[in-house]
Design a protein around this ligand. Sequence first.
Ligand code: PEP
Length: 249
Amino acid sequence: MRRYVIAGNWKMNKTLEEGHSLIQDIKNMYTTGPDIIICPPFTHLESTAKAIKGTAIKLGAQNMSEHNSGALTGEISADMLVSVGVQYVILGHSERRAIFHETNTTINLKVKQAIAHDLSPILCVGETLEQRVANDTFSCVEAQVKEGLLGISKESLLDQNVILAYEPVWAIGTGKVASPQQAQAVHAHIRRTLTDLYDSDLAQTLRIQYGGSVKPDNAKELFGQTDIDGALVGGACLDALSFAGIINA
Ligand code: PEP
């Protein structure tokens, strides 16, 4: 049985004070249910770790360097994240791929770096609108999964509870959610890809979140699909009520 997991990606939103108040609201609303991961900006990680101490809420970062340390101005290492209590890290988000030119090769190095430092990656994959229209959704997502996980053993993926997130780029922040059937078809294809790469035991164990304009009113139907194990939420996680609505779904 895979446990549902809901992650909130704050992106570059909320001052420290605003973030603190959002965390307090989420804490007040959250009782029990799916696994919850909060991914605030780097500057908020340490205070968020303190604020969620003693709760079941987990802490995630939104990105990380593939390098250990050194002259890399502006970068944040895996060790730094671990030192402030981070357990998860979003890697390969479509905004990192599109705006910051991250390739599958770089993302693969980051996934390996995270695992080597005891962090659990949330590896994001997803097609653009052009790729969907050209009928390239499956091949795009398959390549991102294969190249993102290249050289990583089944044991590492299981030990580190690696999560995959299917996020169609055309659905992120656009209000255009993939239909439950569209999302389910790609999630099932990701499991087929994992079965080919590893085996069906691994494919049935790893959790695959859907991301792209998830809201309280569309979450339930998405979560009702066989291969959808929760959500990676952007916009709707910035408001405690709508995040709680998704958690309750
Ligand atoms: C995201 O950025 O990962 C995301 C899914 O954003 P939104 O929920 O706003 O579409």
